[in-house]
Design a protein around this ligand. Structure first.
Ligand SMILES: Cc1ncc(COP(=O)(O)O)c(C=O)c1O
Length: 396
């Protein structure tokens, strides 16, 4: 695919300290695992960082008013959501926001609901912050390979387990769903009915496949917003996770004050000066780059999907609506995700993520990162197929 942004270029990450390639053991390996991109960032981001680096003072950083304009402007333009400046709290990452919110919200009743298969760090974050998690498993339609919310179970679990907080992953990592308005409204209604606060992790909300629109959970209506902590960041869509910049958006002043107290308590509000300028360059100057990047990821997804259909009978991808994470059903192999991962990693150097790590409903799946040059994806497909052909498959 032709693009002025060089997504096809295979960047050598060695010497950067970044995950995946920067390790002597990674020679010959194709790690399609951790959720960052193998693409260079948008040119405006590099320029902004270089400009800032010219000034030799890298001290503690105060946020300037234009920063809030960038954050609010982005939400308005891209998602039609009106965010007021006062709602925005810059923080060093999304997980630090989730952790702070859990500490602020989980009183005596420390029960938090999640929707497996889901981002594995949620489990660790909940437990390390002395809460317990309960599960409203997503439901798989094995013929269409789609995942949906079981709303009856959503409500039953909330009531039975005395849930006080729900962590929504929107869009959903790893199943790649972008929740529809009807689905969001269904969940919101239950949260209002049972007085549950929602942490809506929207870190993947800017990576959208054609035909899909992200609806911020808090944008549904003011009553929903009043019980929602929204987490956003340019880190996934603009490939700048190492710069550690994210924002909590909370319209309810009382809720905001409680969460802010916990963010202050952990000093997670002192952000990186390079993250600040990079965020502004991303949101103010890099929309065209993001659109091209999403288009490239979509072509990678189509290539992978066609490859799986044509070369790997019985295997299937869930339809990708958002994120750059492909979710492959490997039940046909007759192996667990750990077993198949071990073979792939040992024999081919391919390193996807083990589905079982995302919770029980993920045990027949592997997650592949599609934000990489096409040539590497083609190489990955070849490696995957060599193993799938050799191990054969049982009749599922
Ligand atoms: C759903 C989700 N939330 C949060 C994170 C991590 O965010 P941060 O690095 O800003 O803490 C990730 C990273 O993969 C993620 O997929």
């Amino acid at each position: 695919m032709q693009s002025i942004y060089h997504f096809d270029e295979c960047i050598d990450r060695r010497g950067t300290g970044c995950f995946k390639w920067d390790n002597p053991n990674s020679v010959g390996k194709l790690p399609m695992h951790v959720a960052d991109m193998d693409f260079a960032v948008a040119p405006a981001i590099t320029r902004a960082i270089a400009r800032r680096a010219q000034h030799p003072v890298y001290g503690y950083t105060q946020i300037m008013p234009e920063y809030y304009d960038s954050v609010c402007g982005w939400q308005k333009r891209r998602h039609g959501w009106t965010v007021e400046r006062d709602w925005v709290i810059p923080v060093i990452g999304v997980l630090p926001i989730v952790a702070a919110a859990l500490r602020a919200l989980c009183g005596e009743d420390r029960t938090v609901m999640v929707q497996p298969p889901v981002y594995d760090c949620f489990y660790h974050c909940i437990e390390r912050n002395h809460c317990r998690f309960v599960c409203n498993d997503l439901v798989l339609d094995r013929r269409a390979h789609t995942w949906s919310v079981d709303l009856d179970d959503f409500e039953r679990t909330m009531v039975r387990e005395h849930v006080s907080v729900f962590v929504l992953c929107h869009p959903h990592n790893p199943v790649g769903r972008v929740w529809t308005r009807a689905e969001l409204e269904g969940m919101a209604e239950m949260c209002i009915r049972h007085d549950v606060v929602v942490i809506s992790d929207e870190i993947h909300s800017d990576i959208l496949m054609p035909g899909h629109r992200h609806i911020p959970f808090a944008s549904l209506d003011p009553e929903v917003a009043a019980r929602t902590i929204t987490c956003t960041s340019p880190s996934k869509p603009f490939n700048m996770a190492g710069l550690q910049i994210a924002n909590a958006c909370i319209s309810n002043p009382a809720l905001r004050a409680r969460v802010m107290e916990e963010i202050f308590a952990s000093n997670a509000w002192i952000v990186n000066p390079f993250g600040v300028v990079a965020l502004m360059a991303a949101y103010d100057e890099s929309e065209a780059w993001l659109d091209a990047c999403n288009a490239y990821i979509y072509e990678n997804y189509r290539y992978f999907d066609t490859f799986v259909r044509e070369q790997m009978p019985g295997y299937a991808l869930s339809p990708l609506e958002g994120t750059y994470l492909a979710w492959l059903d490997i039940a046909q192999s007759g192996m667990s995700s750990e077993e198949l991962y071990d073979i792939l990693s040992r024999e081919t150097g391919l390193k996807p993520c083990v589905g079982a790590n995302y919770g029980a409903p993920g045990r027949d799946f592997l997650r592949f990162n599609l934000a990489l040059p096409k040539s590497r994806l083609v190489d990955g497909c070849r490696r995957l197929c060599s193993v799938v052909r050799r191990i054969g498959g049982h009749d599922a």
